[in-house]
Design a protein around this ligand. Structure first.
Ligand code: NAD
Length: 219
């Protein structure tokens, strides 16, 4: 497996997008693709694509393009999605249910092995085929089941105490949907924050910007 510790953060951020596009190409039976064609489909420049893919040792052959299946598999390897990290989800509310139901953990290097909540009405019910457990049982569960990561779907105010408990159990990898800034409190954790509202605001900014350019040209 190719491992280059010096891959820059922006390149890593683009990898899931390459992976998604290449997966679609593969599903459509495409065998080879040039950086120019990838560029047309993905909106990155062809030279950006060549630079990105060269970071991993260069898969393409001059004038011959990239072998789609090979590149797809290699990017999957680089992302490490062939691993099976055990994850638990905390907070089985609206968001937690949607995440548990619709995120394909298994295709992204994870397996969802437990869901926790403190609402007696939810404890004992299930999402997919996973029983919602009482948060009081967190320590026992994580001691008996190797747990690599936790997904936070609880309100901000609940996170700190739960994160402390997980940290004490040695669980230091978090997919954080809450608005609590975990990295301020722990310096040796791995955290990936997801804020859908941030994305919505960027859309708002882009629309406003486009409208103001339109206003300027029509003034
Ligand atoms: P919700 O009220 O439907 O669900 C919250 C769940 O957490 C409930 O089931 C509740 O019982 C549980 N809970 C609360 N305190 C707990 C505790 N101490 N221990 C265990 N379980 C506890 O809310 P929601 O709509 O699912 O949103 C959850 C959180 O995610 C909110 O803080 C919200 O702001 C945030 N959120 C983030 C995004 C994002 O893009 N990052 C999007 C939507 C919501």
């Amino acid at each position: 497996m190719y491992r280059n510790k010096n891959i820059s953060a922006p390149v890593i951020k683009r990898l899931p997008r390459y992976y998604r596009f290449l997966g679609e190409l593969q599903a459509n039976g495409v065998k080879r693709i040039s950086s120019r064609e990838l560029s047309d489909k993905m909106g990155f420049t062809a030279s950006q694509i060549r630079q990105d893919l060269n970071c991993f040792g260069g898969f393409g052959q001059q004038g011959y393009g990239y072998p789609v299946e090979n590149l797809y598999n290699e990017i999957g390897n680089i992302l490490g999605i062939n691993n099976t990290y055990n994850a638990i989800l905390i907070g089985a509310g609206n968001l937690g249910k949607a995440v548990a139901m619709h995120m394909s953990f298994e295709k992204r290097g994870f397996r969802l092995i437990g869901i926790f909540d403190n609402d007696p009405a939810k404890i004992g019910t299930g999402i997919r085929d996973i029983r919602i457990s009482d948060l009081d049982d967190l320590e026992e569960f994580c001691t008996n089941n190797k747990t690599d990561a936790a997904v936070f779907c609880v309100p901000k105010g609940a996170v700190q105490r739960i994160a402390d408990r997980l940290y004490k159990l040695g669980i230091k990898n978090f997919w954080n949907f809450s608005h609590y800034d975990l990295s301020v409190h722990y310096d040796d954790i791995i955290v990936e924050n997801v804020h859908l509202n941030d994305s919505l605001m960027i859309l708002c900014y882009k629309i406003s910007e486009a409208n103001s350019i339109l206003d300027d040209t029509t003034a």
